[in-house]
Design a protein around this ligand. Structure first.
Ligand code: DQA
Length: 155
């Protein structure tokens, strides 16, 4: 089984960006704990971060074996995605995720519903298997454990 964690715009700044909201852990802290957790479940886990919508869409296509060098085979069983601000804006990201039909968990560090009105709307949530918000960076841990359980159950 294999999992892909995608982080969108500005999440490369984790640890220094608005620490009162996003905490002090860096993205590489988050990614390395997710990797060791996945391997403790016998799963492989890849990570990807980009500030560019199109690069994220390309990475999703690649996970499904589409695109240049694509072999038409799915390499990834599940996606865990924190789309950052693209959550609230991107029909393209929604279409990419639904287009490849790889099940995904939408994960937000902060409780977006307790913040500005424009963060309450997500273009992804109704297509996600699960949505996590407000658990801090523990949300990624929770997502990996959840996905591991699903993969073990053959889903
Ligand atoms: C975020 C919430 C988004 O509204 C924001 O644009 C982010 C991070 C979160 O993890 O809480 O960049 O997805």
């Amino acid at each position: 089984g294999s999992i892909l964690i995608i982080n969108g715009p500005n999440l490369n700044l984790l640890g220094t960006r608005e620490p009162a909201i996003y905490g002090s852990e860096t993205l590489s802290d988050v990614e390395s704990s997710a990797k060791s957790l996945a391997s403790s479940h016998g799963l492989t886990l890849e990570t990807f971060q980009s500030n560019h919508e199109g690069h994220i869409i390309d990475r999703i296509h690649q996970a499904a074996g589409f695109g240049p060098n694509g072999d038409g085979k799915k390499h990834v069983d599940w996606i865990i995605i924190n789309p950052g601000a693209l959550t609230h804006t991107s029909v393209g990201l929604r279409d990419a995720l639904t287009g490849v039909s790889i099940p995904f968990v939408e994960c937000h560090i902060s409780n977006v519903h307790a913040r500005e009105e424009f963060r309450h709307k997500s273009f992804l949530s109704d297509k996600a298997v699960a949505v996590i918000a407000g658990l801090g960076t523990f949300g990624y841990t929770a997502a990996v454990d959840f996905v591991a359980k699903k993969i073990k159950a053959g889903k």
